[in-house]
Each structure stands twice: as C-alpha cells, then as structure tokens.
Design a protein around this ligand. Sequence first.
Ligand SMILES: N[C@@H](CCC(=O)N[C@@H](CS)C(=O)NCC(=O)O)C(=O)O
Length: 251
Amino acid sequence: MAPSEHARRRKAFQNAPIANRPSEPPMKLYHHPISTTSRAVMLFAADAGIPLDLHPVDLFAGEHLQPPYAAINPNQAVPVLEDGAFRLAESAAILRYLAARAGSPAYPAELRLRARVDERLDWFNTGLSRDFAYGFVYPQLYPHHVRPEPAGQAQTLAWGREKARRWLGILDESLIGPRQDFVCGDRATIADHFGAAIVTLGDAVQADLRPWRNVSRWLARMRGLPCWGKVNHAFETLIVAPNRGRRFEAL
Ligand SMILES: N[C@@H](CCC(=O)N[C@@H](CS)C(=O)NCC(=O)O)C(=O)O
C-alpha cells in the first residue's frame, strides 16, 4: 500500500467516532470494578461515551489465576481489552488505544501535546503508582500484599510513605501547580483518568490528601465528572466503606 493511502486509512480509522459504527459490536473489557487499573479505563470510556462490553473477572475468587483467563492475559491481571481479535493488556496502553481509536481530544493528535500526556501517564505508572499503590496502600489493604515479617511490613510502609509524599509534592507543585486544572493543562486527558484512579486509592486507607492543595482541587474536579459515582460505586461500597472502621498508617 502506498504510504499516503496507508496514512489516509489510518487517519480515517482513528477519526471515525465509535458511535458512528453501529454495526460493530462494542469492545470487551475484562475487568474488576474495584480494580484501580480497571477503574481508570472505565472512567475514561464512560466520560468519553465509548461503549464497552464489561466482562467481570472475579479477582476475589481467583478467576484471574485460572487457566482460561491466564490464556487471555498471562500476567493474570485485569484489565484486558478485546477489540475483535485484537487483545490488549496494560491499562495505560488500553487508555491510549481507546482514546486514539475514538479520536478523543483527551489524547491529542498533535505530537508534543500527545508526548506530554504519555509522559504523565508513565510518571503515574512508574512513580506514584509504584510507591503509593504498591508501597503504601496495597500492603495495608490486601492480605497477599502484606510482607511476611512485621519488620519487612514496617519498612515497606515507611519507604512507600516517604516516596509517595515526594511524588505527591511533585504532582501538586510542578505537574498541576496552582494555575492548572488538570495534569497536562486546562483540559482533561487520559492522564487525569489514570491518575485519579490511582490517587483515590488512598480513600481505602483514609489517606489525608488535604496538605496537597492542588492535588485536592484536581481530585474534586475529577470526582465531579457525571460518570464518577457509577464507575466508582463498587470500589466505594466493597473497599472504602467496609474499611472505614480500620486503623491505617497515616500518609
Ligand atoms: N500494569 C498493569 C497492572 C494490572 C494489575 O495489577 N491489575 C490488578 C488489579 S488493579 C490485578 O489484576 N491484580 C490481580 C492480583 O493482584 O492477583 C496495568 O496497568 O494494567
């Protein structure tokens, strides 16, 4: 195919809104409604009006560890997107794919604007998520993340807290700052959907984010999305509410 024809078809595919293709079945999302990474994808899809056939994978029953699901995702984790015969794991990659496929302004086509969104997605994924989610929240919340020895658990939480506080400070002062509404500027991008799912994980362990005023302002805005309540209902009722009576380490 000539490069110009390839570019034309690619552009037509990218720019064709999902809603204009009624003959296509909706893409399928293997997910769990309490999962942070699933919530990020569901939040963006709901916000952008992208229909998804939501297929729950019962993490509580270990369905993700069984051979049928392991054949779908060898990582034995959710989410996975299925678009016809095409399967995609990794929530940040799924967000990019969904947004690019729908031609959404939440993942701008202009090279440098898009690169900025990619930068912030990677920042959340490799920085804040690693230390806040995996280093501080999950080891307090989920038994299979608790370290076997009390000293190891205490060290993990101390390390996670210190690093998470540093990342939150950077998010607060440098990425969002006092003048921006969102993490890449004045428009919401998929980096906001991704980041908000990670930061609100703190609700489960009563993390007090008030010291980070710009982060709090941004989160309030994200929580105000019309689809927020529906997307986060299971997380609120199955994770946040039942853990309200527990005592957790302060952030
Ligand atoms: N890097 C992956 C992480 C996926 C992941 O860890 N998902 C969690 C739910 S948030 C999961 O399926 N965990 C299964 C388990 O802990 O056994 C992504 O971003 O999609």
